[in-house]
Design a protein around this ligand. Sequence first.
Ligand SMILES: [Zn+2]
Length: 496
Amino acid sequence: MNRLVITAAFPFIPSDIHIAHIASTYLPADIINRMAAILGYDSVLVSATDVHGLWVKKELQDTNIEAEVLKSNYHERYKKIFDCLDIRFDTYERTDDSALRDLVYESLYNLREKGYIVQKETIIYSCGECLEYLPKRFRIGSSDVVTKTGKIKLSDSENNYMCAFCGSDQIIESIVNHWFLDIQKGKSIIEDGIDRQMQIHVKNYLNSLLCDGLSEWDFTRDNYYGITIPFNDEDQYIYLWYESLIGYLFLANDLGGNISFRHFLGKNIVYYHGIVWPILLREATHSYTVDFQISARGFLDLSATDIPLDIFELTHKFPVDYIRFYCAYRTPDTMNDFYFKEAEFVQVINSVLCRQVGGFLKRCRTILQNNNVSTVPKQGVLHELIYETIVLVRGHFEKLNPNQALTEVLRYIKQCGNIISTRELYKNPSLADLELICKMMAGVIILIKPFVPTIIESYNIFEDVTFSSVDDLDRLEGCNLKFSAETWRTIECVVS
Ligand SMILES: [Zn+2]
């Protein structure tokens, strides 16, 4: 079995990571990484801060801050946000590492030798006032709206463009020589990659891109902040997306050959991962692997969302695991957009997490306590349901669907609750009944742990069992029990 290299799309300066990015990318990646360990896979979770690009250049000009200070400030801030939500990377780097630059150069020379890189004339636009290079999204109509990260809602007008940096309407057209990746040449590689995708919405989207036809990919930037193109003496730079994709190979560089990539990202960057990446993966370096899966999610609809977007504000207001649970519960494993409402947040946490999950665990604990159980009974009781559930959860894990895995776990908890009720296990339970209760409790703990890794400890009554692998379920008999009175508080109590 290959080692899984789970990647989360690189945050780039000066974007702020808020709950939308967490819900669509970083939390699903973290949950899948935690599930991998429990299900017996060897995996690592990796990402990096993207410290290059036009916005970094602009930020450096605007703020007059020293480059290293600016990059380090953002890098540390991103790491703090991940720590804050218990999102644990095994490796988290920066894209200005010299080893990454070397790999980028090596890959470019390899691709050129194989005929994938062509130089040709293209039209670029720049501002006559501030001289900035203006790729499409920086050429805006006067009624367009620009956000700080360069997301633009374009107005209908195709004319009357102005510079997104200084507002000047003097847009200069010029013809330049740029370097392109010949995407069409790699068509069969791309098709093979699409065939392998397990998320059907990703597959359909990529097939629609194929139908639209593949054009060459311009990875050259002028007047930019980043790595220069090695093929000429001109002041030309490599587009940050080329660097980011090679960045995945850089992050996996020390892991040896037997790896498989699992990519978590927002729906806006599926093109890079589904069209450009397979060519780089197969042709740009000395082949690591051809196995990759894309797990893409939609956007948070900000107009319908009323919870705080800022992570520090949000974690000040709610416990971290409540935020993790709600995001996992509410974010679909598709590219459909979603929204977060505070009233619904409270309702989901109180009724699903605290009453359904916590209530079940508390009920089991109370029965065991009332019957003075101090070790897990050894009656050889079989609890088949947990193994059946693990098979189903593993299926969702392999398709990189944490939301569906959670639904399966909640179904299991409901079934366990029904077993207690219909068999009246709370009334004069036999030793075998008590053993079954221990096993159901352990089953819930291990399955829900990737979603709420910290608060689950409140209900871990099994001494010296860490629930780090499903194998722990077979080691319960005879295990000592320790009881606490901890419960998960509903949100009204947290606030008051
Ligand atoms: Zn300008």
